[in-house]
Ligand binder design. Sequence first.
Ligand code: R5P
Length: 292
Amino acid sequence: MSNLSVISGKPSESLAKSLAKRIKANLVKSEIRIFPDGESKITITGKLSKKKSIIVQSIYPPVDTNLLHALSLISKAKEISSQVIAVIPYMGYARQDREFLPGEIITMKVLGKLFAAAGASKIIVVDIHSQIGLKYFSIKTKNVSAVPDLVAYFKKMSLKNPIVISPDQGGKNRAKEFALKFDSEYIALKKNRDRKTGKVKIKTKNIDKVSGRDVILVDDMISTGGSIIKATQFLKKQKCNRVYVACTHALLMNNAEERIKKSGVTRIVSANTIPNKTSLVDVSKTIAKAII
Ligand code: R5P
């Protein structure tokens, strides 16, 4: 048996399989049974290495359930392996990293304590919404970028004079990184989100640079699709050509894919941190580099 085990949580089975293959680890699956009252019974269905176990589990909806499952897998692995690494490709709650309105709980602070208490000695995440959230962890943390993998995908496409655009100022550095690797220009739009209603508005006035050009909208995540839809409607008014979306985590809540396509987006390309129809880019190699 390899002295390295990869435990695949249900939400990340295919990514865990690719990762185990790359790092030559023994793949151990987990099984979930949900009782009528909503409680989960989680079972690990194989033998774990005494040396090192790596849990792979994204925390996407149902977020709280998947979070508890990830912590449970870590806790079980720690009973057997002396070192436990948590690979959380999509880190739910990452946007709750500060007190935006008085009284709000910084859930990332709570998660920092929970991951350490469960037994993880290191956590690896992919394109976490903001690095601030990782400051609350006392264990080692590593955030890896899916941008090089997304760029490799877009390089294979033939686009018309492409320009990279971030829907907001918060994503400026990500767009810059994408544009540098893609060898194109980039712009970050100004976006405003109402903290109470969640409604999004694009504040940027006219830009002439996009006229007749293909656009790649780069974002860390799509949740409701509001940011991408508003940005696309704005860019279409600026007479851009086709709009593509490159994002790491495509949650695509409430029929977001359909609504985004309706707004004029030609294709959404996301990473396999969240498995779905748009997750065309594999990040297992990038995660493997952070483990070895
Ligand atoms: C916001 O700052 C993030 O980078 C994303 O743009 C945002 O979370 C996406 O959410 P939604 O799809 O609901 O607009």
